[in-house]
Design a binder for this molecule. Structure first.
Ligand code: ZN
Length: 264
């Protein structure tokens, strides 16, 4: 990479409020241009307390619509409104949610007519590079995290069980970050893991077994560093157990709110 970049874990908890962390949110900062991956509560307050310049956030990516990944969006949009943001913001959400999110924000008086900046609510497009900006590219891969609800919901609602993982490529050296979002199994990431070396895998721990996953990575992929995050209540007080886990081809880091990892 020829730019300085960091991954900052703003929230590292999964779907329940917990004592050890806020809901999921991860900020990628590249030389002062920032990109937010998931926006669980209370990401706007967390960024404000860190004296973030909200103008530097160029795009927000929501992996799926569960509240622990989306709930901070309205406050983020409102915070940017009240702080007088002027630069445009792209908010990528699952296609099934574009209209609903637009309407939800409008119901909260956060429509473009009342914002000092242009907000574009855009659909994530899977299977291709759907976002490129300065020295970052983002691809999305659909995953079956929400498929379990299909039978219960049936045709009654418009939901299409859309959930995504993201492969982020940075800078001229093509540093690769794989952000799992929520998945069902590590195999769900196979198409991205097969694309070559992954420098950093930000991996959720609410729906996978970390020990099995690391064994899998040992055998099947070249991942230089894994940041474990998205911890449910079952991990309370057990972070040391995770920190002691190993795999041969890389390094394991256990995230806590506030963790900042410099990318080389
Ligand atoms: Zn989640």
């Amino acid at each position: 990479m020829n730019v300085s970049a960091t991954i900052q874990m703003l929230g590292t908890a999964s779907g329940l409020p917990c004592l050890e962390g806020f809901q999921t949110s991860c900020l990628l900062d590249m030389d002062g241009d920032a990109y937010l991956f998931d926006a669980g509560e209370p990401c706007a307050a967390t960024l404000y307390r860190r004296e973030m310049d909200f103008n530097t956030i160029r795009a927000v990516f929501i992996s799926h619509m569960h509240a622990d990944h989306f709930s901070g969006v309205p406050m983020l949009v409102q915070t940017m409104q009240l702080l007088g943001r002027t630069s445009p913001l792209k908010l990528f959400v699952p296609p099934e949610a574009v209209l609903a999110v637009t309407n939800l924000l409008a119901a909260q008086y956060l429509m473009n007519e009342l914002l000092p900046y242009e907000l574009e609510v855009l659909p994530i497009e899977a299977g291709k590079r759907f976002f490129a900006d300065k020295s970052i590219e983002v691809k999305a891969l659909a995953n079956p995290h929400l498929a379990v609800f299909k039978e219960k919901i049936g045709q009654k609602y418009p939901n299409r069980m859309e959930s995504f993982s993201f492969l982020i490529t940075l800078g001229s050296r093509k540093t690769k970050i794989l952000y799992s979002g929520d998945i069902r199994n590590i195999d769900n990431l196979d198409p991205f893991l097969a694309e070559g070396i992954v420098d950093v895998l930000v991996l959720e721990c609410a729906h996978i077994k970390p020990e099995e996953t690391l064994q899998y990575l040992d055998r099947n992929a070249e991942v230089r560093e894994v940041i474990l995050t998205h911890f449910g209540p079952s991990w309370a007080g057990r972070k040391t157990e995770l920190a002691n886990m190993e795999y041969s081809s890389g390094k394991v880091r256990v995230a806590a709110d506030g963790l900042c990892v410099a990318l080389s």
